[in-house]
Design a protein around this ligand. Structure first.
Ligand SMILES: [Zn+2]
Length: 458
């Protein structure tokens, strides 16, 4: 019979931790005593960092047995061959299918060609499968309970803004996060924050320079508002100190999940109206950046039927906005922000989350059925979403507010970054449609820019 010898170097149990050379020697002796032909020797090394994740040798054993290239695998003992229960199940299933023999120096063979061997293998595999289930179930329950109790997640990395385990905030970093909230809620950009944080010399908690993405993942984390997330959902109020309040966090998440503010857009958008302006021929969005006759144009994103010089349009829209913002009645169109009792909402949100957690426990105990759980969750989720939306509204500030009593509106406008300017465009206009200027190259005509006001048109 053709056989494979498998050895693994690891640092576990002393008696089994024989050197690889000794393991191989014992295995080869066993093969010889059986009269087997050793066709391959595979080895894994668990001591190296890579070995903790992958076991190429073990995978080759499975492949060879599965393909019938060998009828037996020899190892020093079964624990040496399979590092965990999952490996055991895979090995036994492969050997069973191939009718192969699993042979060990210390222990008895599992010969899948005999009824006794198959029965023992079935039993071993069943035990291993059960242990996998019990273990993962136990772990899942423990994790879930910790999450519902609002305990900090137990992973080894220190989150930016906090000490390891979230026991306390790191004041300088917490201040940066608060400042980031203030800027983002007022229309600032992630890219600009990344630049500022890099300029300040601050690094991520893993020692890297900031990018828009990493700033986003730090600021958007619910832990900043002492909210405990579990499997992607906020499930409880955490037991650690908050850096920002819950309403601010909801507002930030709402802003960051607005698709027109994705980080790739942040990097790409340098002008006032791309993806805001609409094509006058088909209503599709327009892009910019491409040049025709040395001039930037707004171009229909869907068809090749409209391209219009961009700068005169930007200048015109800017002039209209500045004129509107400079009017003394600006305060009348600025939303003063809703009068919302955030504390009451937060209390209600926590009560709702507790009710969901309680329902989940009752379902686990068998007190209620799956259908009842689904109904309770449906009701609670709907209300929770409404409450969260209200909190989010409470945290948002009107982008126009800065212009009330601003003095020189044009100067304030010039000082804003492009993303904030775009937020203002979106706040003021329902739509901006760019009509075809007609044949030839006629001079710019403001009538070809159709502005539909959202507010301020009175
Ligand atoms: Zn079009």
């Amino acid at each position: 019979m053709r056989a494979i010898v498998y050895t693994r170097q690891s640092m576990d149990a002393a008696g089994e931790g024989r050197a690889v050379a000794r393991q191989a020697e014992d295995c080869l002796k066993l093969a010889e005593s059986r009269g087997w032909d050793v066709v391959a020797q595979y080895e894994d090394n668990d001591i190296s960092a890579a070995g903790k994740k992958t076991r190429p040798g073990f995978e080759k054993v499975l492949a060879d047995l599965g393909a019938g290239r060998a009828g037996a695998v020899i190892a020093w003992n079964l624990d040496r061959l399979t590092r965990n229960r999952r490996d055991t199940v895979r090995l036994i299933e492969t050997a069973q299918e191939a009718g192969a023999v699993i042979s060990v120096v210390r222990g008895s063979d599992l010969d899948m060609s005999t009824p006794a061997g198959r029965m023992t293998a079935d039993l071993l595999a069943a035990v291993a499968r059960n242990e996998i289930e019990v273990k993962s179930d136990r772990q899942r329950r423990a994790n879930e309970q910790r999450a519902l109790a609002g305990e900090a997640p137990r992973n080894g990395r220190r989150p930016f803004g906090y000490t390891l385990g979230l026991t306390e905030t790191v004041p300088t970093e917490a201040a940066m996060i608060r400042d980031a909230y203030a800027q983002l809620l007022a229309g600032g950009s992630l890219t600009s924050l990344a630049r500022q944080w890099n300029a300040s010399g601050a690094l991520t908690s893993t020692g890297h320079r900031w990018k828009a993405d990493t700033v986003r993942s730090v600021v958007a984390a619910p832990r900043n508002a002492a909210l405990r997330r579990y499997r992607g959902e906020v499930v409880a109020t955490g037991t650690w100190p908050a850096i920002v309040d819950e309403a601010q966090w909801h507002a930030l998440v709402a802003i960051l999940s607005d698709p027109s503010r994705s980080t790739s857009d942040d990097r790409a958008i340098k002008y006032l109206l791309p993806r805001i302006a609409l094509c006058g021929k088909c209503g599709a969005r327009m892009s910019t950046g491409s040049k025709a006759r040395g001039q930037r144009t707004y171009k229909c994103l869907e068809h090749h039927h409209l391209a219009v010089k961009a700068q005169p349009i930007d200048d015109y829209v800017t002039a209209v906005i500045v004129a509107r913002l400079a009017r003394p009645d600006l305060a009348d169109i600025v939303d003063p922000g809703p009068d919302i009792d955030v504390d009451a909402l937060r209390t209600e949100a926590n009560t709702l989350r507790a009710r969901m957690a309680e329902a989940a426990r009752m379902f686990a105990d068998g007190t209620i059925t799956g259908a009842q759980l689904a109904r309770i969750n449906g009701d609670v989720t709907a209300r929770l979403e409404a409450v969260e939306a209200e909190m989010s509204e409470a945290g948002e500030r009107d982008v126009l507010a800065r212009f009330v009593d601003a003095g020189d509106v044009a100067e304030v406008w010039e000082g804003l970054d492009i993303l904030t300017q775009r937020e203002i465009v979106k706040a003021l206009f329902e739509s901006i449609t760019i009509m075809s200027p007609g044949p030839g190259h006629p001079p710019f005509n403001p009538d070809n820019v159709v502005l539909e006001w959202r507010r301020g048109d009175d």
